[in-house]
Design a protein around this ligand. Structure first.
Ligand code: GTR
Length: 414
């Protein structure tokens, strides 16, 4: 960028203020945008290229579906496109799967909850894999309890079952207080988050010791983390205290991308929550705002099927965009959350995905979400089975976000 452009940028941003704020309750903060826009990445609405999104309701034969009964076949087409081009193909349940109770503490949180630590074991041929599932359920509840399952992409100290360390990333006490169960798995136990070692987890269970080139549609870390979520769901279905028909899967950032793909691959999750998942998650790739396909497949090649990297700088050639990932959840429920300083994740692109997924949910009578309905800061909205908020502050998963997810679940389920 030359000096002239740099000088003119703040003026351009000022000019943007009126039309954009009239259009939506939120716009990128001008000062922040100004400080970020010197590099190769797009941080201002004016620079977003024109794009046309693929229509989630138009089948590959060119016809357009209008009835809920037609969705399943179209959904299968979209799922295949995402497997082939973005996340890869993950295996199903292993030959043998069993659960071992490592600990039960009926007096956790001073008697307010029961803690279970479960080892989830899998065997394929002579290979074995296991990972741990943490679950707190409120005590004194009649009947089964809905559960929020976090795919933890942060260090294990964020999900400390002893509660000596408390983190807003997994606010057990607050969630139990509101009568919900809360669970977590550690992504690293399924696939280490590292491009050299990511195959040393559950991929080894299915493939043996990793060797050689990967297929263009091979599964990768995001799919492996989501596979773990499905095995956790297998456990929930066996636990008489859990309401397996009301399990929400959620994650933050890379964990949010994995949660969305987990919900797409496994329709048993009745609520799917993305917190600031950005590129490869809720944000529309064609906007090229903040992180891009090129950047993410260069920094994190181990998250996606190898084919995805071929769309670097060619986003408009993708047969899908991320609104179709959200649409795969229909007619279940989806909540998307953004943060105003997290421009790397493209808050507006995350909201627009939800809006452009809404015509699919409308097959069941859900409201259509319009582009101009993006709410202002900390004004959560529930559009039927779709929910959204944008929080003040930086890239993180906080108790504020959790409480809004619980509000949405109460509105859906109570
Ligand atoms: C970033 C990455 C994002 C997001 C984030 C995170 O470095 O570019 O896509 O996933 O990490 O997981 O916090």
């Amino acid at each position: 960028m030359n000096v002239g452009t740099l000088l003119i940028l703040p003026l351009l941003l000022l000019a943007m203020v009126t039309p954009l704020s009239a259009q939506s309750g939120w716009r990128a903060d001008a000062a922040l945008v100004d400080s970020l826009s010197g590099g190769e990445f797009i941080y201002d609405e004016e620079a977003v290229p024109e794009y046309t999104l693929p229509d989630p309701l138009r089948k590959s034969d060119g016809s357009r579906i209008t009835e809920p009964e037609e969705w399943e076949a179209r959904r299968e087409e979209i799922l295949e496109l995402f497997r082939e081009n973005v996340y890869g193909r993950r295996p199903g349940r292993p030959d043998s799967l069993w659960f071992e109770t490592l600990e039960v503490d009926r007096q956790a949180l001073d008697g307010a909850a029961t803690l279970r630590r479960i080892a989830v074991h899998s065997r394929v041929e002579d290979r074995h894999h296991s990972f741990e599932l943490l679950l707190f359920l409120p005590n004194g509840v009649l009947g089964r309890t809905p559960v929020f399952l976090l795919l933890n992409n942060r260090p294990r100290t964020n999900t400390d079952p002893t509660r000596q360390e408390r983190s807003g990333f997994w606010p057990v006490e607050e969630v139990i207080d509101r009568g919900f169960g809360i669970a977590a798995i550690q992504n690293n136990e399924l696939a280490p988050d590292d491009s050299l070692t990511y195959r040393n987890g559950v991929m080894q269970l299915f493939e043996g010791v990793a060797a050689g080139e990967r297929e263009t549609d091979a599964w990768a870390a995001l799919a492996a983390w989501g596979w773990g979520a499905s095995r956790a769901m297998d456990y929930f279905e066996t636990d008489p205290d859990v309401d397996a028909t009301r399990v929400a899967v959620l994650g933050h950032s890379r964990g949010g991308k994995a949660a969305l793909w987990a919900g797409a691959e496994d329709p048993r999750f009745s609520l799917v929550i993305s917190n600031e998942s950005g590129e490869g998650g809720a944000a529309l790739a064609r906007r090229r705002f903040g992180e891009t396909v090129k950047r993410i497949t260069t920094s994190f090649p181990h998250w996606f099927a190898p084919r995805f990297a071929e769309y670097a700088d060619r986003e408009s050639n993708l047969p899908v965009d991320q609104h179709m990932l959200i649409a795969l959840m229909a007619p279940r429920a989806v909540y998307v959350a953004s943060a105003d300083e997290d421009l790397w994740a493209d808050p507006r692109g995350e909201f627009l995905s939800l809006a452009h997924a809404s015509p699919v949910f409308a097959l069941w009578g859900n409201a259509i979400v319009r582009e101009d309905q993006m709410p202002g800061l900390e004004q959560p909205v529930h559009f039927g089975r779709l929910g959204y908020h944008i929080r003040r502050g930086a890239h993180n998963l906080t108790p504020y976000d959790w409480m809004r997810f619980l509000d949405f679940a109460e509105y859906l389920w109570r």
